[in-house]
Design a protein around this ligand. Structure first.
Ligand code: NAD
Length: 332
């Protein structure tokens, strides 16, 4: 079998079109959605991310503002800024850029964002609503994973009905990905899939994944192994080159399954005899971006699969835009 490759960019385009129409409708009534990104200190990685957010917002008619705060800001100082954004009519959505400096408790700041302006769907109140069947927003990546499943899978008719009773296994139980995916999938009272959530303490992972008609993987194992190796090697420890093979091999997948790979592992392409990553033509570490699933081999036996990159990632960005519009609508 050769799997259908689920095209995240195409699904993201469809979502962006809808968001553009919604944002234009809101703007016509004098209420253009306005997303404020809060960044504390300078961080090259988050600069790439905020540039991307700015472009994405501009492309759909959402106003975007980057609030740069000094790295030494106190917790109270930051909470004060969030309170002002919550109260201000100009900002209709707030996103908190990670990482935050050490003196800041990220969770306390996250829950200080008004649930009505929480475009990431991470506030405890919005998470709680997921449990009760869903509010205006949910976390972006889980929404993206479930949307891909519903929209782009030929084996599942679009909509929840196609998933009814399907053996669905999620690998990963984090608060921002695995658990909310389970909650989203369980929202239907009479047409939900049967959901199993696996995690680091799961005893026989393959036994679960092999019976999954729908397999959703969000563990980031190769990246974690590479990170641990790099840290220990830097500290001068005598460590072995880690096994960076994908967590999910083809043998762990049920023939005909639908596979959604949420993971993003940025890992070296290989190692030299000294255990250092091989270099590219610029003399830097030659890196690759892969998921948790052995994509090539899995494509031979799955019915449909998301690639990494080009699967869940682009839809996650589109979902941030959709949430920004949804927050604005809910505020009205
Ligand atoms: P996390 O580290 O918070 O959670 C990892 C989860 O995987 C945990 O539940 C852990 O128990 C489980 N796990 C770890 N090793 C395992 C193993 N050997 N077997 C079974 N389960 C195991 O990570 P996260 O924030 O949930 O992110 C998960 C992955 O999703 C990462 O690769 C991350 O980069 C990716 N991600 C992608 C997007 C996107 O936009 N596509 C967004 C967020 C996260």
């Amino acid at each position: 079998m050769s799997a259908k490759i689920i095209d995240g960019n195409a699904v993201a385009d469809e979502i962006r079109k809808q968001v553009t129409a919604d944002a234009a409708g809101l703007a016509a009534s004098g209420r253009t959605p306005h997303l404020t990104a809060v960044q504390v200190g300078e961080n090259p990685a988050s600069k790439i991310y905020t540039n991307m957010q700015a472009k994405a917002c501009e492309s759909v008619g959402i106003e975007y503002e980057l609030l740069n705060l000094p790295a030494e800001i106190t917790q109270d100082g930051l909470l004060g800024k969030i309170a002002a954004l919550n109260a201000g009519a100009g900002t209709t959505g707030i996103i908190l850029q990670m990482p935050l400096p050490q003196q800041i408790d990220a969770r306390k700041v996250q829950v200080a964002i008004s649930p009505a302006k929480d475009v990431e769907g991470m506030h405890a109140e919005n998470m709680g609503r997921l449990f009760y069947g869903g509010g205006a927003v949910a976390p972006c990546t889980p929404m993206a994973a479930v949307e891909l499943l519903k929209r782009a899978c030929p084996e599942m008719p679009t909509g929840q009905a196609g998933l009814a009773g399907k053996e669905t296994v999620i690998v990963g139980h984090s608060e921002i990905v695995g658990k909310p995916i389970a909650m989203l999938l369980l929202q239907s009272l009479d047409a939900a899939p049967t959901v199993t959530v696996c995690h680091i303490a799961t005893v026989d992972l393959a036994a679960h994944t092999r019976r999954a008609e729908v397999l959703i993987v969000a563990a980031g194992v190769s990246q974690a192994r590479w990170g641990a190796y790099r840290r220990r090697k830097k500290a001068g420890e005598d460590v072995k080159v880690p096994d960076l093979a994908p967590l999910i091999s083809a043998e762990m997948i049920k023939p005909g399954a639908v596979v959604i790979d949420v993971a993003i592992n940025r890992i070296p392409k290989g190692f030299d005899e000294n255990g250092e990553p091989v270099k590219n033509e610029k003399g830097k570490n030659a890196m690759k971006t892969v998921g948790d699933v052995d994509f090539q081999a899995a494509s031979e036996i799955a019915a449909a699969i998301t690639p990494v990159p080009g699967g869940v990632g682009p839809v996650t960005v589109a979902m941030l835009l959709a949430n920004t519009v949804a927050c604005m609508k809910a505020q009205i």
